[in-house]
Design a binder for this molecule. Structure first.
Ligand SMILES: [Zn+2]
Length: 279
């Protein structure tokens, strides 16, 4: 978290900065351990101040702010990072500020409570090297059933674990993996190489349906309240979760069984044993 829907919501929300000129960059005073910024701020500033923001792009769970110098500022929010245009949830956790001219909004902020996120300035070649194959697979929303099967079909690992492998497909994290498998009616421990043709079709459909629905609802703000939109509003998809973090509650799909929690690769998985039967 944030996963693909949250970062796509950030991208869409931050679109008003396209066309703006970067007039300054600063780290606000922050007594917490500094986040990773590369290159160091003086060189960063030299390369971005005076450039114009050309477009906003997303690769998996990262937001790319492309400049007219053909470099991109890559924001990787990891656990608790946010890109904001106004009203940060706390001043303590503001990590970086871009000052903007010729713009509808005066600043773009990066806020990060735990500070595990990173900000990198990369040229186009570095973007392709560091954010392309083999490090990062194609974006989850670009995969049809054929390509999804091509990426995952030979693996002997449980499907839920494979969906989290960003080098196979980019953007799906722990929350949406459980939701996607529930909608596809596939047990999370099913081995990739044992899926039927019908299961692959259902998986591809639910991958798109769940992620796109979550984008429409502007992502999920969990009980810790960390994730916020660029205007510091909560997302709405948490109210639509079917299984995630609902262990012991009735399954909203069948109404007959209760949602179960298991641990796979040190992460919680939630599913309904009736809707998602093991073979
Ligand atoms: Zn069920």
């Amino acid at each position: 978290m944030p996963e693909l829907p949250e970062v796509e919501t950030m991208r869409r929300g931050a679109l008003p900065v396209v066309g703006a000129v970067v007039t300054g960059i600063a780290r606000p005073a922050c007594h917490l351990r500094p986040i990773s910024v590369s290159p160091r701020l003086s060189s960063f500033a030299r390369r971005v101040v005076g450039t114009r923001i050309r477009q906003l792009d997303r690769r998996g769970k990262r937001l790319l702010v492309w400049l007219d110098s053909d470099c991109a500022i890559v924001f990787e929010p990891r656990m608790t990072g946010l890109v904001l245009l106004s009203d940060p949830p706390s001043l303590d956790h503001l990590r970086l500020r871009l000052d903007l001219g010729e713009s509808a909004v005066p600043h773009l902020w990066y806020w990060d409570r735990r500070g595990l996120g990173s900000i990198r300035l990369l040229d186009r070649r570095q973007v392709e090297q560091q954010l392309g194959s083999p490090h990062l697979g194609p974006d989850a929303l670009t995969l049809d059933v054929g390509r999804l099967r091509e990426r995952l079909g030979a693996r002997r690992t449980p499907l839920k674990v494979a969906l989290l492998d960003q080098s196979a497909l980019a953007g799906v994290g722990n929350l949406y993996a459980s939701e996607i498998l529930h909608v596809a009616r596939i047990h999370p421990q099913t081995r990739c190489d044992s899926l039927t043709a019908g299961q692959w079709r259902r998986l591809a459909t639910s991958l798109h349906d769940v992620l796109e629905e979550a984008i429409r609802y502007e992502g999920s703000t969990l009980a810790d309240g960390t994730y916020r939109t660029v205007l510091n509003n909560p997302g709405g998809y948490q109210n639509r979760h079917r299984v995630y973090d609902r262990a012991g509650q009735p399954c909203p799909t069948c109404g007959k069984s209760t949602v179960r929690r298991i641990v796979q690769a040190q992460r919680s998985t939630f599913f309904c044993p009736l809707c998602q039967r093991a073979k």
